[in-house]
Design a protein around this ligand. Structure first.
Ligand code: PLP
Length: 225
């Protein structure tokens, strides 16, 4: 019985991945769209199943659990994206273990990430998190302050500023995604827009997203315990 359940589970993850990829392919986009499998709370076994199905990009929110997983998969060629809120005392571990950081929202954090990035690892790819709906409870830079933080980050030696990330209010995502598309068009040297999750990835891609972050529709419902 246990054997049977295990088999079912891995079939499920690879089938889910196929479905999400075909949803992505169904939307016309001028850019190549990269699927990031959000693996927060998931075990190395679940991640392995996604890897076996060809998945390369993974997103994590919680530093402690993510470092364990990154170490477990060392040498497998996976690309790790930090997508959670950043406490400034955690920047060293983020700079040392991740390939991308989507959630940079203040210059202090950006400066620490640059100072603590080992140049031998190459530049750390960063996105500025934008609080597009001006929600008080959400982290991110307000749109009118983006210009200033862009030029500050561009001057940091060990970071490569690639673009923006946003988590809009679900009921307003169409407008918010359009606003982000407008915003990035003002910065021709930025090439990445991280937006769209399980529920709204099609609308995000139509508005120029090239990094979509999907958890639930790949791995099933999360349980936090
Ligand atoms: C958890 C999370 C996701 C994935 O959300 P799902 O609804 O599980 O697809 C995407 N982005 C961020 C920033 C997250 O924290």
């Amino acid at each position: 019985m246990a054997q049977f359940l295990k088999l079912n589970q891995s079939l499920m993850i690879s089938d889910n991945l196929k479905q999400v990829k075909s949803r992505i392919d169904s939307v016309q986009s001028r850019k190549k769209v990269e699927l990031i499998a959000v693996s927060k709370t998931r075990s190395t076994k679940e991640i392995q199943e996604a890897v076996d199905a060809g998945q390369v990009h993974f997103g994590e929110n919680y530093l402690q659990e993510s470092i364990e997983k990154i170490n477990f998969f060392k040498g497998s060629g996976l690309i790790w994206h930090f997508i959670g809120p950043i406490q400034s005392n955690k920047t060293s571990a983020i700079a040392g273990n991740f390939d991308w950081v989507h959630s940079v929202d203040r210059i202090k954090v950006a400066t620490r990430l640059s100072d603590q990035r080992n140049p031998a690892l190459g530049s750390l790819n960063v996105l500025i998190q934008v609080n597009v709906d001006r929600e008080e409870t959400k982290s991110g830079v307000d749109i009118e302050n983006v210009g200033e933080i862009v030029s500050e980050i561009e001057s940091l030696p060990n970071l490569s500023l690639r673009g923006f990330m946003t988590i809009p209010r679900p009921e307003n995502s169409q407008n918010s995604f359009a606003e982000m598309k407008q915003l990035i068009s003002k910065y021709p040297n930025l090439d990445s827009l991280s937006m769209g999750m399980s529920a709204d990835l099609e609308i995000a891609i139509k508005n120029g997203a090239n990094l979509v972050r999907v958890g639930t529709d790949i791995f099933g419902q999360r349980s936090y315990n």
